[in-house]
Ligand binder design. Sequence first.
Ligand code: F6R
Ligand code: ZN
Length: 180
Amino acid sequence: MEPFFNKLDLDKARWESYDRLEERRVKDIRDCFKETANLSEQQLETVAYQVYQIDVKPEPGAIQHSITVIKPGNVNGECHMTKGHYHANDQSAEIYMGLKGDGLLLMQKGEEVRLVEMKRGVVAYIPPEWAHRTINVGDDEFVFMSYFPGDAGYDYQSFLDEGVRTRIYKTDTGYEKVSD
Ligand code: F6R
Ligand code: ZN
């Protein structure tokens, strides 16, 4: 393949161009939240997060990179978050870099949970075999960049089946962690 580049607008925390945009609405990720009874149609249609993808072939040796934007908001108090996943290729690590806003990176392996506050400039290393999810705990959008192996893949179901050990709720002064 040919070498290539894309420009990152550091002020806006967005690619200047990208190949694909994936959007997930609250209705697409409702199973991630603890309390989902009585959600309005408007709330179900709300965009919770977007992933701006640069397309690279999903091959060993390649490096995928994308920008995720989590919109501020909550579902019955629980902050907007990504679905979260293990990598299907469980020997794949990943790097997240905070670009804008206030987020948390939650990593989980069995009973163990780690949380990293992902402000702009924080670079976090997700080792192989740790499930990972990001959460917007601020009042503005939370944006970060991901770098991961071409053949990492996604295993959403194992994380969903296992269940999350820590839930993050909005408070007047920030957020609180609740064990599940
Ligand atoms: C890729 C990765 C991120 C996420 C993105 C959306 O391995 O971790 O690019 O894919 O932040 O989160 P999910 O995929 O959990 O919906
Ligand atoms: Zn990942």
